[in-house]
Design a protein around this ligand. Sequence first.
Ligand SMILES: *Cc1c(COP(=O)(O)O)cnc(C)c1O
Length: 407
Amino acid sequence: MADKKFPLTSFSSVALHAAGSENAEYSHLTPIYATSTFTFDTAQQGMERFAGKDKENIYSRWGNPTFKAAEQTIAALEAFGLKDAGGNPLQLKALLHASGQAAMTTMFMSLLKTGDNIMSHFSLYGGTYELMHKVLEANGINTIIVDMRDLNLVEDTIKKNKIKLLHIETPANPTIQCVDIEAVSKLAKQHDIIVTVDNTFATPYLQQPFKYDVDFVFHSTTKFLNGHGSAIGGVLIGKDIEFMKTKAWKWHALLGGNANPFDAYLLIQGMKTLEVRMDRHCSNAEKVAAFLSNHNGVAHVNYTGLESHPDYTIAKKQMAHFGPMMSFELKGGLEAGKKFIDKLQMCVRAVSLGTADTLLSHPASMTHYSVPREERIRFGITDGLIRMSVGIENVNDILNDLEQAMG
Ligand SMILES: *Cc1c(COP(=O)(O)O)cnc(C)c1O
């Protein structure tokens, strides 16, 4: 780790140097500690580790040095430049998981119990929606879905129901709708409600929810943090360090959603270039959105960087750039969309997002297939909607491919 007294003044320096890298063999890169368990010199030492007096490793489901390096980096990036209530640099703790879904499960299970109500926005990642309506519901936890961009509706719902937790995903999948984190968090705090934010689409480079006093941030690291589509992963980050070290850690260990050392290593390498990748992703996306919105074959484009997007102002307020994600609908609806997707030559037909190359998918038949059609349409996920994760290729190649596929 860089000397604590030496100030790391930029996001990329933190991404590169925040994690501990000391190891017995002087390896420059964080080694892949591919081991299930860790040895004790003596029985006494083993006892002290279990008692928490000796902080060294015991067993990889409970923690591993490769996970720890990734966790330190993510915590430092989410806290970058932020202060706590006392004016000191904000301290956060991250717990790495096998997937975004595993991190979300730890988050909800450690915070909620049977009989609790939670509230969320109506445009959500498909897996989040299903987790709420299948797993949480089976455990007696009720989800109330509203349009959280309507602050009066949020306040009304809080007053009419006893809400325990408010979950925000912004920008939201796949409509790119944005919820005002500051305003919603303020309302929640007045009623003692926990606020959790899915920051997957934005990454800490574009948006830092802890700035607005939220309680937990969650990421699918599978996406932009890893950045290359080489591993599934997730992370839960909290500012209540005690809670993170005790209950959140315990639930994560008991539910068994730990990461694995190789995937953690890939994540560490990916995060080193987050800033430069995101800059390129975002500037490419602005050009792609301009191209699509001016194309006469396109019915509409959902991209917060377009002033026509209803959430342009909120995105501008809480994000450093408008991000790499967009969705759009062709004038010919579903049939035109399918034809267009089939004709792509360079851009890749695949679900997921946040890889270095450009990916396109069709939410209604893929990621949101399990959401009932009526609900889907209400969320803005129309049959012909195409979602695009704009990559870091030369933007002219992306535009040329879109143009020829449109023809
Ligand atoms: C991918 C994704 C998830 C789920 O993460 P996995 O790593 O696939 O388990 C949750 N939220 C958002 C916004 C996502 O894009």
